[in-house]
Design a protein around this ligand. Structure first.
Ligand SMILES: [Zn+2]
Length: 557
């Protein structure tokens, strides 16, 4: 089973970059002709000059949202024919500080900036390309233009929506970002960036390294909420331990301390205590929500078994998250699937972790949560915890139902060997390359899209023998821009309970027992505790979780 999971899960990482490499020179070619045109223009104006200072002209850009009929901020890429990036002085900043905004793949960097709806700048004469984007629900707008000496070049950008998910009851949000909200006016600046990305809800998390808090938040939870025009920013916390894992605390009324443990995170003590479970318990007691960050590392199986985990990050940094098992095998999304295989109804969540990953784009990944007509952050978080959501990176909108039940819900069957009806609907801007239906971690349908259909509607009746869960995932690609990497979408599970029993797969219970044995070894040998009773308490907690999975194992079919 473990081997099968490995191979099936590995399939998602098909080699897309190869095809796209062939397209990389398209822009350069296109721009060569623009360059010669520009040179001709320049020559016709200035026939007798030798050698001369570079000449400049003025660019004036106005960005307009055709959907709202209003000017709008956006994400912008501006470069000239030799692929030199340019940024205007009036780009959006937070608290006077510039943001890093770029995609980076295989050593190639694509620099971007967040722009207000209007900007002007002086540019050297020549040919340019301007790409303006606004989240996943708008078509990008791409324009070539020339800057001529001492002349003004106006460029009007009209952004067109291809889908309005909020109108259909789906709100986009990312609870895992790191912005400094302490500077005066910074909330308004962040909200303008969220608007530029059309990301409706974002949380900003404080974290700690070397005894220092990073991205300090002025308040927490509801008291920290600021909004503008249906965009929201709220503060939370990311607790970190280098081995036991990171956890996002959302909806906490105050900072939960300690914010980090272990030698790298603190200076007052090197102790690996309190362990994650004890800190997560404090966050839960304070009314908070706890998401296991970065794929569920370290202590995740313990915290899951003991009931302090509300969801797990599985899509991040433009890829399915890998978890290193003590430096051994790297797997794709295994923790989540193994958790589901142990009967947990646990949502998977996407999190861009801006700005601590290779790609630095706000709204790199997002969670679309079904909220109906309640377009509020409270409804978004409630839906996210219930798994009424899909995770996405890129312009792919997924819906998935089983017997009419939506993602996060349970289909109850009173007896085995019945059929359930799966319905999948995928809308997207680029034809999907692969779409898979997965049951209990196994790929049961695998569609490659050779005829490059750009939308997918699918219905199938599938027999069910015992309790299980289904998910759907797909990937696509923008061949004109390999630096951006593949696009992903992943549903949350729909659970099938047969005869009231949970899904149980013995291999997954064994998987977690192995991980907990490693943790117990670590607590006995390597972990640093200030007091012997801290080690004792840690081992009691780990052994309690171990007993939980041992008990599950006895119930497995
Ligand atoms: Zn983070």
């Amino acid at each position: 089973m473990k081997k099968m999971l490995l191979s099936l899960i590995g399939l998602i990482s098909i080699s897309l970059l190869v095809a796209a490499e062939q397209n990389k020179s398209a822009f350069a070619e296109q721009n060569k002709s623009s360059v010669s045109e520009a040179n001709q223009l320049a020559e016709s104006q200035e026939p007798n000059t030798t050698p001369e200072k570079p000449k400049f002209g003025k660019l004036v850009v106005d960005i307009f949202d055709t959907y709202t009929n209003k000017p709008t901020s956006a994400r912008v890429r501006l470069f000239n024919y030799n692929l030199t990036f340019h940024k205007p002085e009036c780009r959006l900043r937070i608290g006077g500080k510039d943001l890093d905004v770029y995609f980076k793949t295989d050593g190639k960097t694509e620099e971007l900036f967040y722009s207000p709806s209007h900007f002007e700048m002086e540019l050297p004469t020549g040919a340019y390309n301007l790409l303006v984007e606004k989240g996943f629900e708008y078509y990008p707008c791409d324009k070539d233009f020339h800057i001529l000496a001492d002349q003004t070049t106006p460029v009007k950008i009209e952004l067109v929506r291809w889908v309005d998910m909020a109108k259909e009851g789906w709100l986009s949000g990312d609870y895992h970002n790191h912005f400094d909200r302490t500077a005066p006016g910074s909330s308004a600046e962040i909200l303008e960036i969220l608007k530029a990305e059309d990301l409706k809800i974002a949380y900003s998390l404080v974290s700690q390294i070397g005894g220092q808090l990073r991205e300090v938040q002025p308040k927490f939870g509801k008291a920290s909420m600021d909004s503008n025009d249906s965009y929201y920013i709220i503060s939370g916390e990311e607790f970190t331990h280098d081995k036991l894992g990171h956890m996002a605390f959302i909806d906490i009324p105050k900072l939960i301390e300690p914010v980090g443990t272990g030698a790298r995170r603190r200076t007052d003590t090197k102790a690996d205590f309190p362990i994650n479970y004890l800190v997560a318990e404090k966050a839960k007691e304070a009314g908070g929500t706890v998401f296991a960050c970065h794929g569920g590392a370290g202590e995740f199986p313990v915290d899951l078994a003991l009931g302090v985990i509300d969801g797990i990050e599985v899509l991040q940094g433009s890829k399915w998250l890998r978890v290193s098992d003590s430096g051994k095998q790297l797997l794709l999304t295994p923790s989540w699937y193994h958790a589901l295989n142990c009967g947990f109804k646990l949502p998977g969540v996407a999190a861009s972790d801006y700005a601590y990953l290779t790609h630095k784009v706000v709204n790199l990944e997002s969670n679309y949560v079904y909220v109906g007509d309640k377009l509020t952050p409270e409804a978004w978080l409630d839906g996210l915890k219930k798994g009424r959501a899909f995770m996405v990176k890129g312009p792919m909108m997924l819906n998935f139902t089983v017997n009419g039940k939506m993602m996060g819900e349970t289909v109850k069957l009173d007896k085995p060997n019945q059929e359930v009806e799966l319905k999948i609907s995928l809308r997207e801007r680029f034809p999907f390359q692969q779409l898979q239906i997965i049951r209990n971690g196994m790929i049961i349908r695998d569609f490659s899209n050779k005829d490059r259909r750009s939308n997918f509607e699918y219905t199938e009746k599938i027999p069910v023998r015992r309790s299980c869960w289904f998910v759907v995932r797909a990937m696509s690609f923008d061949p004109s821009n390999p630096v951006r990497g593949p696009f992903f979408v992943h549903s949350n599970p729909i659970y099938i309970d047969v005869g009231g029993k949970p899904t149980l797969v013995a291999e997954s219970a064994i998987y977690w027992l192995d991980r907990i044995d490693e943790l117990i070894d670590w607590a006995n040998r390597d972990a640093i505790f200030d007091k012997p009773e801290d080690r004792k308490q840690t081992l009691e907690i780990y052994n309690k979780a171990k007993a939980f999975y041992e008990n599950l194992l006895t119930q497995c079919p």
